[in-house]
Design a protein around this ligand. Structure first.
Ligand code: ZN
Length: 54
């Protein structure tokens, strides 16, 4: 069950169901770190990775 946390793209509520219990919209899998704007180091790491690839 762990690693399957989902998030509603409408109200950004984390839950484990495929549909948001609040607004009823379908939820999407909450990806780790990669898409987190709070993970600044992750962003730098991704930039470095892309820069090295080209
Ligand atoms: Zn929602």
């Amino acid at each position: 069950m762990s690693g399957k946390i989902r998030r509603c793209g409408e109200d950004y509520t984390y839950n484990l169901s495929r549909s948001c219990p609040i607004c009823g919209r379908p939820t999407m899998i909450a990806h780790p770190a990669r898409f987190s704007v709070q993970d600044r180091f992750g962003a730098y790491r991704r930039m470095a990775k892309e820069g090295a690839a080209k």
